[in-house]
Design a protein around this ligand. Structure first.
Ligand code: SAM
Length: 238
Protein backbone atom coordinates (compact mmCIF):
# COMPACT_ATOMS: atom_id res chain seq x y z
CA UNK A 1 0.00 0.00 0.00
CA UNK A 2 2.84 2.44 0.87
CA UNK A 3 4.47 1.97 -2.52
CA UNK A 4 1.21 2.51 -4.42
CA UNK A 5 0.60 5.74 -2.48
CA UNK A 6 4.19 6.89 -3.08
CA UNK A 7 3.78 6.32 -6.81
CA UNK A 8 0.49 8.20 -6.87
CA UNK A 9 1.54 11.12 -4.62
CA UNK A 10 5.33 11.43 -4.95
CA UNK A 11 5.40 15.13 -3.99
CA UNK A 12 4.08 14.45 -0.51
CA UNK A 13 6.74 11.83 0.27
CA UNK A 14 9.64 13.90 -1.03
CA UNK A 15 12.26 15.51 1.21
CA UNK A 16 15.99 16.22 1.04
CA UNK A 17 18.00 13.03 1.39
CA UNK A 18 17.84 9.32 0.80
CA UNK A 19 14.65 7.43 1.29
CA UNK A 20 15.67 3.78 0.97
CA UNK A 21 19.15 2.92 2.27
CA UNK A 22 19.10 -0.65 1.03
CA UNK A 23 16.65 -3.01 -0.57
CA UNK A 24 13.79 -3.97 1.67
CA UNK A 25 14.04 -7.56 2.88
CA UNK A 26 11.21 -9.86 1.74
CA UNK A 27 9.86 -9.95 5.30
CA UNK A 28 9.67 -6.12 5.48
CA UNK A 29 8.03 -6.00 2.05
CA UNK A 30 5.41 -8.45 3.29
CA UNK A 31 4.85 -6.43 6.44
CA UNK A 32 4.14 -3.34 4.32
CA UNK A 33 1.84 -5.25 2.02
CA UNK A 34 -0.16 -6.84 4.84
CA UNK A 35 -0.17 -4.26 7.64
CA UNK A 36 0.65 -0.71 6.50
CA UNK A 37 -2.97 0.05 5.63
CA UNK A 38 -4.09 -0.75 9.16
CA UNK A 39 -1.42 1.21 10.99
CA UNK A 40 -0.79 4.19 8.72
CA UNK A 41 -2.55 7.53 8.55
CA UNK A 42 -1.07 8.47 5.14
CA UNK A 43 -4.39 8.09 3.29
CA UNK A 44 -6.23 10.26 5.84
CA UNK A 45 -3.62 13.01 5.54
CA UNK A 46 -3.57 12.82 1.72
CA UNK A 47 -7.39 13.05 1.67
CA UNK A 48 -7.26 16.13 3.91
CA UNK A 49 -4.58 17.80 1.79
CA UNK A 50 -6.51 17.18 -1.42
CA UNK A 51 -9.86 18.25 0.12
CA UNK A 52 -11.33 14.79 -0.35
CA UNK A 53 -12.04 14.40 3.35
CA UNK A 54 -15.04 15.82 5.18
CA UNK A 55 -12.58 16.90 7.87
CA UNK A 56 -10.39 19.97 7.43
CA UNK A 57 -7.87 18.63 9.93
CA UNK A 58 -6.55 15.31 11.11
CA UNK A 59 -8.33 14.52 14.37
CA UNK A 60 -6.05 12.97 16.97
CA UNK A 61 -7.16 9.99 19.03
CA UNK A 62 -9.33 11.28 21.89
CA UNK A 63 -9.53 7.87 23.61
CA UNK A 64 -6.08 8.39 25.11
CA UNK A 65 -4.96 10.79 27.81
CA UNK A 66 -2.27 12.36 25.61
CA UNK A 67 -1.29 12.62 21.95
CA UNK A 68 2.41 12.60 21.14
CA UNK A 69 4.22 12.74 17.79
CA UNK A 70 7.78 11.78 16.96
CA UNK A 71 9.17 13.22 13.73
CA UNK A 72 12.04 11.44 11.97
CA UNK A 73 12.15 8.44 14.29
CA UNK A 74 14.84 6.57 12.29
CA UNK A 75 14.81 2.95 13.37
CA UNK A 76 12.36 3.78 16.15
CA UNK A 77 14.35 3.01 19.30
CA UNK A 78 13.08 6.06 21.21
CA UNK A 79 9.56 5.93 19.75
CA UNK A 80 9.02 2.25 20.55
CA UNK A 81 10.26 2.59 24.11
CA UNK A 82 7.89 5.54 24.69
CA UNK A 83 4.97 3.64 23.17
CA UNK A 84 5.54 0.67 25.48
CA UNK A 85 6.05 2.73 28.64
CA UNK A 86 3.13 5.13 28.12
CA UNK A 87 0.09 2.97 27.46
CA UNK A 88 -2.29 5.88 28.17
CA UNK A 89 -0.72 7.97 25.38
CA UNK A 90 -1.35 7.70 21.66
CA UNK A 91 1.68 8.15 19.40
CA UNK A 92 2.13 9.02 15.74
CA UNK A 93 5.55 8.24 14.35
CA UNK A 94 6.47 10.06 11.17
CA UNK A 95 9.43 8.88 9.06
CA UNK A 96 10.26 9.11 5.36
CA UNK A 97 13.03 6.48 5.58
CA UNK A 98 11.24 3.34 4.38
CA UNK A 99 13.48 0.81 6.14
CA UNK A 100 12.88 2.54 9.49
CA UNK A 101 9.16 2.69 8.85
CA UNK A 102 9.14 -1.05 8.05
CA UNK A 103 11.15 -1.99 11.15
CA UNK A 104 8.77 -0.13 13.42
CA UNK A 105 5.72 -1.51 11.63
CA UNK A 106 7.08 -5.03 12.22
CA UNK A 107 7.47 -4.32 15.96
CA UNK A 108 3.96 -2.89 16.16
CA UNK A 109 2.59 -6.10 14.68
CA UNK A 110 4.88 -8.48 16.63
CA UNK A 111 4.23 -6.74 19.96
CA UNK A 112 0.56 -6.08 19.24
CA UNK A 113 0.89 -2.36 20.06
CA UNK A 114 -2.41 -0.50 19.99
CA UNK A 115 -1.37 3.05 20.88
CA UNK A 116 0.59 3.98 17.76
CA UNK A 117 0.02 4.92 14.11
CA UNK A 118 2.59 5.67 11.45
CA UNK A 119 2.95 8.34 8.79
CA UNK A 120 5.40 7.88 5.90
CA UNK A 121 4.81 11.32 4.41
CA UNK A 122 7.12 14.29 4.67
CA UNK A 123 6.25 15.56 8.17
CA UNK A 124 5.34 19.02 6.86
CA UNK A 125 2.10 17.56 5.50
CA UNK A 126 1.31 15.77 8.74
CA UNK A 127 1.97 18.83 10.91
CA UNK A 128 0.05 21.14 8.54
CA UNK A 129 -2.96 18.84 8.75
CA UNK A 130 -3.18 18.82 12.54
CA UNK A 131 -5.74 20.87 14.43
CA UNK A 132 -4.36 23.91 16.22
CA UNK A 133 -3.50 23.38 19.90
CA UNK A 134 -4.09 19.64 19.70
CA UNK A 135 -0.76 17.90 20.41
CA UNK A 136 0.70 17.32 23.87
CA UNK A 137 4.30 16.69 22.85
CA UNK A 138 6.46 16.49 19.73
CA UNK A 139 9.85 14.76 19.72
CA UNK A 140 12.47 15.59 17.10
CA UNK A 141 15.46 13.49 18.12
CA UNK A 142 18.56 14.40 16.15
CA UNK A 143 17.08 15.82 12.96
CA UNK A 144 19.29 15.49 9.86
CA UNK A 145 22.11 17.94 10.66
CA UNK A 146 22.95 19.14 7.12
CA UNK A 147 26.32 20.38 8.36
CA UNK A 148 27.56 22.07 5.19
CA UNK A 149 26.72 25.75 5.11
CA UNK A 150 25.22 25.50 1.64
CA UNK A 151 22.82 22.85 2.99
CA UNK A 152 21.62 24.80 6.04
CA UNK A 153 18.48 25.76 4.11
CA UNK A 154 17.50 22.07 4.04
CA UNK A 155 17.26 21.90 7.81
CA UNK A 156 13.82 20.96 9.08
CA UNK A 157 13.88 23.33 12.04
CA UNK A 158 13.68 26.73 10.38
CA UNK A 159 11.63 29.73 11.53
CA UNK A 160 8.51 28.70 9.58
CA UNK A 161 8.48 25.15 10.90
CA UNK A 162 9.10 26.17 14.51
CA UNK A 163 6.22 28.71 14.25
CA UNK A 164 4.00 25.98 12.80
CA UNK A 165 4.88 23.63 15.66
CA UNK A 166 3.94 26.33 18.18
CA UNK A 167 0.45 26.56 16.67
CA UNK A 168 -0.14 22.82 16.86
CA UNK A 169 1.01 22.28 20.44
CA UNK A 170 -1.50 22.49 23.31
CA UNK A 171 -1.04 24.88 26.20
CA UNK A 172 1.03 22.91 28.71
CA UNK A 173 2.63 20.95 25.88
CA UNK A 174 6.18 20.97 24.61
CA UNK A 175 8.60 20.19 21.79
CA UNK A 176 11.71 18.17 22.64
CA UNK A 177 14.66 18.49 20.27
CA UNK A 178 18.11 16.94 20.61
CA UNK A 179 21.03 17.37 18.24
CA UNK A 180 24.77 16.72 18.20
CA UNK A 181 25.33 19.58 15.77
CA UNK A 182 26.53 22.77 17.46
CA UNK A 183 25.74 24.84 14.37
CA UNK A 184 22.18 23.47 14.25
CA UNK A 185 21.81 24.16 17.98
CA UNK A 186 23.03 27.72 17.44
CA UNK A 187 20.67 28.17 14.51
CA UNK A 188 17.67 26.98 16.57
CA UNK A 189 18.74 29.23 19.47
CA UNK A 190 18.97 32.25 17.16
CA UNK A 191 15.55 31.60 15.69
CA UNK A 192 14.01 31.32 19.14
CA UNK A 193 15.78 34.37 20.51
CA UNK A 194 15.54 36.73 17.52
CA UNK A 195 12.29 35.88 15.81
CA UNK A 196 8.84 36.46 17.19
CA UNK A 197 8.07 32.91 18.15
CA UNK A 198 6.07 32.73 21.32
CA UNK A 199 7.23 29.66 23.25
CA UNK A 200 6.83 30.92 26.81
CA UNK A 201 9.52 28.75 28.39
CA UNK A 202 12.68 27.46 26.80
CA UNK A 203 15.18 25.04 28.31
CA UNK A 204 18.53 24.72 26.55
CA UNK A 205 21.25 22.45 27.84
CA UNK A 206 24.12 20.21 27.00
CA UNK A 207 23.04 16.82 28.33
CA UNK A 208 25.22 14.04 29.71
CA UNK A 209 25.06 10.45 30.86
CA UNK A 210 22.16 9.95 33.27
CA UNK A 211 20.21 12.98 31.98
CA UNK A 212 16.74 12.61 30.50
CA UNK A 213 16.82 12.34 26.67
CA UNK A 214 20.50 11.23 26.64
CA UNK A 215 21.49 7.99 24.88
CA UNK A 216 17.97 7.47 23.54
CA UNK A 217 18.39 6.73 19.83
CA UNK A 218 20.68 5.06 17.34
CA UNK A 219 21.82 8.31 15.76
CA UNK A 220 22.33 10.07 19.09
CA UNK A 221 24.38 7.08 20.35
CA UNK A 222 26.66 7.38 17.31
CA UNK A 223 27.31 11.02 18.21
CA UNK A 224 28.07 10.07 21.81
CA UNK A 225 30.56 7.38 20.70
CA UNK A 226 32.30 9.96 18.50
CA UNK A 227 32.65 12.23 21.54
CA UNK A 228 30.18 14.85 20.33
CA UNK A 229 28.19 17.04 22.70
CA UNK A 230 24.46 16.36 22.81
CA UNK A 231 22.33 19.51 22.91
CA UNK A 232 18.77 19.55 24.22
CA UNK A 233 16.21 22.23 23.40
CA UNK A 234 12.81 22.05 25.09
CA UNK A 235 10.21 24.52 23.87
CA UNK A 236 7.21 24.85 26.19
CA UNK A 237 3.84 26.46 25.45
CA UNK A 238 2.33 27.61 28.73
C1 SAM B 1 19.58 11.92 11.61
S1 SAM B 1 18.26 10.85 11.48
C2 SAM B 1 17.81 10.54 13.17
C3 SAM B 1 16.96 9.34 13.33
C4 SAM B 1 16.51 9.05 14.78
N1 SAM B 1 15.70 10.10 15.33
C5 SAM B 1 17.70 8.79 15.65
O1 SAM B 1 18.04 9.70 16.43
O2 SAM B 1 18.29 7.70 15.54
C6 SAM B 1 16.95 11.92 10.95
C7 SAM B 1 15.72 11.17 10.45
O3 SAM B 1 14.72 12.11 10.08
C8 SAM B 1 14.05 11.63 8.93
N2 SAM B 1 13.48 12.80 8.25
C9 SAM B 1 14.18 13.80 7.68
N3 SAM B 1 13.36 14.73 7.14
C10 SAM B 1 12.09 14.28 7.38
C11 SAM B 1 10.80 14.78 7.06
N4 SAM B 1 10.67 15.92 6.40
N5 SAM B 1 9.72 14.08 7.44
C12 SAM B 1 9.86 12.90 8.12
N6 SAM B 1 11.06 12.37 8.45
C13 SAM B 1 12.16 13.05 8.09
C14 SAM B 1 15.16 10.94 8.13
O4 SAM B 1 14.65 9.98 7.23
C15 SAM B 1 15.99 10.31 9.23
O5 SAM B 1 15.58 8.99 9.51
Amino acid sequence: MLFRLKNSFPTYYRYYGRRIAKRLSPSLSNIFENNYDQFSIDKDILNIISNKSKNKNYILNKNFKKNVIEIGFGDGEHLLSQVQINKDTHFIGCEVFVNGLGKVLKKIVDLNLVNIKLCGLNCLHLVNSLEESSVDQIFIINPDPWEKKRHFKRRLLNKEFISLLYKKIKRGGNIVITTDSSSYYNQISEIIENEEIDFEKINKNIINSGDKFYDISKYQKKGIVRGRKIYLVELCKI
